[in-house]
Ligand binder design. Structure first.
Ligand SMILES: [Zn+2]
Length: 179
């Protein structure tokens, strides 16, 4: 008895897209570099030009950071972390030692300030690196093109270039609506 197996001829063939594969951007590595204030691309250049000001581009590899939109997320995350630490510490200290209010304030106010200043920058670096790794906002076109597009004006919506079909007879509004 002879059993023959027919080869499927590569049924699970690989599909090849016409577009080139964008370079991989490992999320954890990028965030780790951003938290340390380093460029998420090369890990060597500086991400920040000041305490919180993001540099326009990496001084080593030239990756542009102007497309980031960290906005309010770093302060929000910082408040989230510091608030949990300080408030829970205050409550635990109050429960255990019932310290004088002045003493509690003298301890927890500096702790709050120091913790906030220490966390804000690493968290912002992590957020910018996260946006870079996920190709969000101004980092979106960088993977396909290999470089950044000209940065749009901050807080302005992106121009409708990709979807610029002529609108069918847009109703013309009078310049002044009667109210
Ligand atoms: Zn770099």
């Amino acid at each position: 008895m002879r059993v023959t197996f027919e080869d499927g001829g590569g049924g699970g063939g690989e599909r090849r897209d016409a577009a080139p594969e964008p370079s991989a951007r490992p999320l954890g590595r990028a965030i780790g570099r951003g938290v340390r204030g380093h460029c998420p691309t090369c890990g060597t250049g500086r991400l920040f030009a000041g305490y919180l000001a993001v540099a326009p581009a990496c001084d080593i590899c030239g990756e542009r950071f102007s497309g980031h939109r960290a906005d309010d997320l770093p302060p929000y995350l910082t408040i989230l972390v510091v608030g949990h630490v300080v408030v829970s510490g205050l409550l635990i200290g109050e429960r255990l030692y019932q310290p004088d209010v002045t003493l509690a304030l003298a301890f927890w106010l500096p702790v709050t300030v120091v913790l906030t200043l220490a966390l804000l920058r690493p968290i912002k670096g992590g957020v910018v690196a996260l946006q870079w790794a996920l190709r969000l906002h101004g980092f979106a076109a960088a993977g396909a093109q290999g470089r950044e597009p000209p940065s749009p004006t901050r807080f302005d919506p992106p121009p409708p270039a990709a979807d610029s079909r002529p609108s069918p007879s847009a109703p013309s509004r009078p310049p002044q609506s009667p109210e």
